[in-house]
Each structure stands twice: as C-alpha cells, then as structure tokens.
Design a protein around this ligand. Structure first.
Ligand code: FAD
Length: 631
C-alpha cells in the first residue's frame, strides 16, 4: 500500500479514524460504538455529506433490516418505548419518493403533522451528496442518483413538482451545464485493456473521426479481433437479411447481445470481451444478460446494416423502449439529484437550509439539527430503521397505524393516521407480515440492482490531459468505468477547469456473474458488495488508476487525496428483462400487485413503478398519497 488516504469521519462531531478493515456488517469496536450513538443527528458537527470511506448503504444502516430478514431480530429485541408521538402521516424512507410523498400529503392537508424515518445517517436515499473541500474549495459529486434524465418525458406530476421546487431542467441545462467542456480541450473517451483479460495493459483514446483499425493498431488484440471490432463498429452488414424490420426486432429481443455477437455476427472471443461490460452502467449486468434489441436502442454497434425502423418495439425493456422513443429532458446538478432531495427537505422544513431557489441549494449547508424538532409540523428522523408497521385493529376499519423503529439500538413506536412505505419493496413483507400472501410474493419478486459509485478526490488531473482522455471504459477491470466530474456552474458553485486544480473522479463498479439469469446475478452481486472491505476497494482503485494513468505521470500515493465508496447493494429498481421475465398480462406484473394499498398503508418508491428513475419515485409518491386520501 502507498500513502494511506486520510478518511475523515465525523459522527456526532467526534472525529473517528475508520480503519482500512471496515467490512460490511463487521465493524471495528470504535466505529460500532460511534454508530450506536448516531441517532444524535442534532449534535454539533453532524454533517454526513462530508464523510468519506464506505458510504451509500453505509455500515450501521442495514444490519437491523438484515436481522429482520433473517428472523434474528425479534428474538433479541428489547422493549418498545412508546414515544407518545401521533402523526397524520408517517413515511418510511427518506429518499426522493418519501420526501415527495410528504410534500404531496401536505399539499392536501397543509397543517398535517408528518414524520419521515430513514435508516441512513443522511437524507435522500440514493440521491446522496458527496462533499469534498480540497484547499477550502467546495467540490461536489453524486454518490448515487446522477441526473434528471429518464426514458420517458416527465409526467405532469413529476415535472410539476420539479417546477414547484424551481427546477426547470431545460433552462438550467442551457444556463449551467457545459457538456462539451472536455472535448473542447481535445480530450476523448478512452478504452483500457487490462493484462488479465487481454494479455497486456494498454489505454487507447478513441479520437473522433479516426478509423477503428487505426485506433486499435497497438491494442493487445489479435488481427482477427481487431478486424471484427472494426467490422462491428463501421461496416453496414445485414446479418439478418431476408427478415422484415419487425421480424428482426422480435429475433433480437430473444437473444442477448453477447449471443448476437457470437452466433450471428460471428465475432472473435476477444471482440466479445471488448463489449462485455458496455452495458454495466445502464443495466447492471453485462452483455450476456441484455437483449440485442435493448442495446440497439442505445446505439450499440453491429446493427447499422440491419435497417431497423426507429422506435420502440413491444418486446423491449422499460429503459430501452423509452429511449428508443426519445427520453426526457436532462440536467445534472453537481451533487446529482441530491439537490432535488435537499430542495424537498428545505421546502418541507424551511429553516433546515438557507436560500430560496434551485441554484442556491447547491451550496446551501443543511442544518441536520433542525430536521427533527418537536415544534415543526414535518420531522425527518435519520438513523431510524422501521421494523414493524401494523394497523391498530382490523386493517379494513382501523383508525391508526403503529410504526416501530430501531434507533441507536433502542426500539420506539409512533402512531399515525396513515403510512406511506417509500422504502424498498423487498423489505415490506418483513415490515408488514399481515399483508396478503400474494402481495408479499409480488413484493419479493424483484431484485434491486447492486452497483458502486466511487468518488475519488485527485490532487489535479494533469495525467488525463497528458493522455488525452476525460473518461475511460475498462471492460475487464474491477471498475468498468472512470470519468472526470461533469462541469457545471450553478449559483455560487464553480467547477474546476484547469488540469492543475483538484478534481473528483467517478469510478463505477457493477459486480456481476456472467452467465446467470439477471436476478441471480444481482443476488450474487449484493453478497460481493457486502463482503468487500474498504481496504480492498482502496487497493483496487489505486492499482487500476496507477495502471491506466501511470503513463500520464499519475502517482497514486501522491495524487489521491480522499476516497468515498458509495455501495448500493440495493441500487436501481428492477426493470423486467425480456430475456428472463415472463410477459405478464397488463396489471398482473409483480410491481403492480405489490403496490396495492393495504388499509391505511400505501406503497411508494421507484420499485413500485419497476423503473429506476426519479420521475418514477415521484409519480408513485403521488399515487400512494392519492390512494390514502381516497380512503
Ligand atoms: C447509483 C445510482 C444511480 C442512479 N442514477 C439515476 C439517475 O441518473 N437518474 C435517475 O432518475 N435515477 C437514478 N437512479 C435511480 C434512483 O433509485 C431514483 O432516481 C430515486 O433516487 C429513487 O428514490 P426512492 O425514494 O424511490 O428510493 P431510495 O432513494 O432508495 O429511498 C428509499 C429510502 O428508504 C430507506 N429504507 C428502506 N427500508 C427502510 C426501513 N425499514 N426503515 C427506514 N428507511 C428505510 C432506504 O434506505 C432509502 O434511504 C440511480 C440509482 C442509483 C443507485
């Protein structure tokens, strides 16, 4: 190991050193002790966005839920302390869906008393903010939810909420985003061939306009693999000649892209390895588990001679079908959609952050001590895992719901007239064992997609400039992509522009098991994530960056100043996969059966829409609240 990264962790204002051996579920005593007391979100210095080390589903956030799943919670649970708190609405889950549900509910009942519970130390769920301040300058990156961007146009409800918060994606894009900043400096996307997969380490810059034969001229590939990649990328060959466009689309929807390349295009093994991880970021699995038709919608190569009619087809997945028809507007806040979560928090609890518009929220400091105050109608209670949600009486007629949660190791209960479960689908059967069996089975069907977004703080980005890249795809490496932070100036926030300035780098890892059905790959990926220590992530990051950027002068001991590993074992909502899931009749899909209202309990979250997008999280918050008011 080279110079260790200084990982700052502040819990309750106390700086604690997180050892390199922090593992999911196995905490050094020091950290466990601090976390047990982490309920004190009111303490001076409590500021989770600046924490580094293992974040995302951080240690301390999931152990209670896992014990509940393993039937190992109630046998050891202590007495439940009744807080005496009585709310109009309790929301379980403080992600964008839960926060939006609170806002929709308050819009219908302005004086409503609302409590939001979340098991994390920060608000926002996947919409997580990573904050760094090298040399005193604020640098932001999204720890999860990256952008306002969806396969379908935002609904009137979701768009209306954004506009009410002051977010006009089209206007902000024009005013604040600089998507062509790096290309304007002559920097290109790169591809890194690793020696374990391809026989030698080699980075190539994919300069626009240069033929693939030339780009690959010194790549560690056989002449046949090079020829095949060039053919797939550039040549217009109709590999399915004789079929109509509809027939071709049907055929492509039934085979994976890997099988298409192998069996239809007749590509070399190394050429297939070259494309294997291309789908990781969007689908959370490799090309073995994504249909050829779905990747065609994303302009993957190899289809240019097929003359397919533009537009979606019935056999496509949600994301591919949407983008085939156009997609939504896009905008990236410097901390991703954490800005939307923080706008919602400020809207619900005005005194929680200064400012008044969608631009000043970016640099506003959230005052966590103001999130859960008795005098406020809306309260957000962090580090609180709900473990039981039940009607006090017959669900058909009960007037109240009781919500029990664990916080700081102790059990507490609150009552409410209604409850929105804006948490993950798969935990709901454990929270509400009284649900009908068919509904519980439907809620268990999906498997969220695990992935890791790592924010790496760099002293400068001269090596990128020297190598002529701003992004690298690494098909065989531990992290399959790395990219320099987006350039966005908004409000008082200014992005770094000079290669001599500190810069954040995003590295994405998707743990996969090629060859297994998609949901099995996700289950295996979750185990991989929870069994991997910070020390391993750090080793892999240093090794990979040294190998990719070393020729550009990078020194991992000198140039990495901090690392935040956002683990999302429960990441994207599961979207059905045409290769593995049945074609359910409309209305019979598991997410539709699973989201049915149960008495005074309604179900939100992006899982309820089987769509891993912020607009889905918002739309289902709205539906859940409407259902409650329809009682
Ligand atoms: C890495 C990553 C990148 C993404 N990028 C994008 C993107 O660019 N654009 C986009 O539109 N979408 C993106 N998404 C999808 C993202 O999931 C949604 O956009 C949205 O943020 C989901 O919000 P949510 O409130 O439905 O769920 P979540 O954000 O998951 O919030 C649910 C919350 O409930 C909590 N919870 C669960 N169980 C309990 C319990 N028992 N007690 C208390 N709390 C509980 C969870 O821990 C979580 O904090 C991304 C997701 C990930 C993981």
């Amino acid at each position: 190991m080279e110079t260790p990264v200084a990982r700052r962790d502040f819990l309750n204002g106390v700086a604690i050193a997180i050892g390199s051996t922090v593992a999911g579920g196995v905490l050094p005593d020091l950290v466990a002790a601090a976390l047990a007391d982490a309920a004190a979100q009111d303490a001076v210095g409590y500021y989770p966005p600046a924490l580094t080390g293992l974040r995302g589903n951080h240690p301390g956030s999931f152990e209670t839920a896992h014990a509940l799943r393993d039937a190992d919670f109630w046998p050891h649970a202590g007495a439940i302390a009744a807080t005496g708190e009585d709310y109009d609405l309790v929301v379980v889950g403080g992600g964008i869906s839960g926060l939006a549900a609170a806002r929709f509910y308050r819009a219908k009942n302005p004086g409503a008393r609302i409590l939001i519970l979340d098991n994390h130390d920060d608000v926002g769920g996947h919409a997580k903010r990573n904050e760094f301040s090298p040399g005193g300058r604020l640098e932001l990156m999204n720890g999860g939810t990256l952008s306002i961007d969806s396969p379908r146009p935002y609904s009137a409800v979701a768009d209306g909420l954004l506009k009410a918060l002051g977010v006009d994606a089209a206007v902000l894009t024009k005013k604040c985003a600089e998507p062509n900043f790096y290309p304007s400096l002559g920097l290109a996307r790169g591809i890194f061939f690793d020696r374990e997969t391809f026989g030698a380490d080699k980075l190539i810059a994919v300069k626009p306009g240069v033929a693939w034969r030339e780009l690959l001229s010194d790549a560690p590939l056989s002449p046949r693999a090079r020829r095949d990649i060039a053919r797939i990328e550039e040549e217009k060959i109709d590999y399915l000649a004789g079929l109509s466009s509809d027939e071709k689309k049907k055929r492509l929807s039934r085979i994976s892209y890997r099988d298409y390349l192998r069996d239809v295009v007749n590509a070399d093994k190394a050429a297939i390895a070259f494309y294997q991880a291309r789908t990781h970021g969007e689908w959370g699995v490799g090309i073995d588990a994504v249909s050829a038709l779905d990747v065609w919608a994303f302009a993957f190569p190899g289809f240019q001679g097929l003359n397919l009619k533009p537009g979606s087809a019935p056999q496509m997945g949600y994301t591919a079908a949407g983008y085939a028809d156009g997609g939504s507007y896009t905008f990236h806040f410097p901390d991703g959609n954490a800005s939307i979560a923080r706008l919602l928090v400020r809207d619900l609890i005005a005194e929680s952050a200064p400012g008044k518009n969608a631009e000043d929220i970016v640099t506003a400091r959230l005052d966590y001590a103001r999130l859960d105050r008795p005098q406020s109608n809306v309260r957000i209670r962090l580090n609180a895992t709900a473990v039981r949600v039940r009607h006090l009486g017959d669900p058909a007629s009960a007037a109240d719901v009781e919500i029990v949660y664990v916080r700081g190791g102790a059990l507490a209960s609150v009552r409410a007239k209604a409850c929105v479960l804006a948490c993950y689908n798969m935990i709901i059967p454990y929270l509400c064992p009284d649900l009908p069996e068919q509904q519980k089975a439907a809620l268990r069907y999906a498997s969220k997609i695990p992935l890791i977004y790592t924010s790496v703080a760099l002293r400068n980005w001269r090596p990128f400039k020297a190598l002529g890249i701003f992004h690298a795809h690494a098909p065989g490496s531990y992290f399959s992509s790395l990219s320099l932070n987006e350039v966005t100036d908004i409000g008082k926030y200014r992005s770094a522009r000079s290669p001599d300035e500190p810069m954040l780098l995003r590295m994405v890892r998707v743990p996969v098991q090629p060859g297994l059905p998609e949901r099995d790959q996700h289950r295996a990926g979750r185990l991989d994530i929870l069994g991997t220590t910070f020390a391993t992530y750090e080793d892999k990051i240093r090794d990979q960056l040294a190998r990719i950027l070393g020729p550009g002068g990078f020194n991992s001991g000198r140039d990495i100043t901090a690392i935040t590993v956002n683990r999302w074992p429960h990441g994207y909502a599961y979207e059905y996969n045409p290769l593995f899931d049945p074609d359910w009749p409309q209305g019979q899909e598991p997410h539709v059966i699973g989201r049915a209202r149960f008495g005074r309990i309604a179900i939100a979250n992006s899982d309820a829409g089987a769509a891993a997008y912020t607009d889905s999280a918002i739309d289902h918050a709205y539906r859940a609240v409407e259902e409650l008011f329809g009682i």
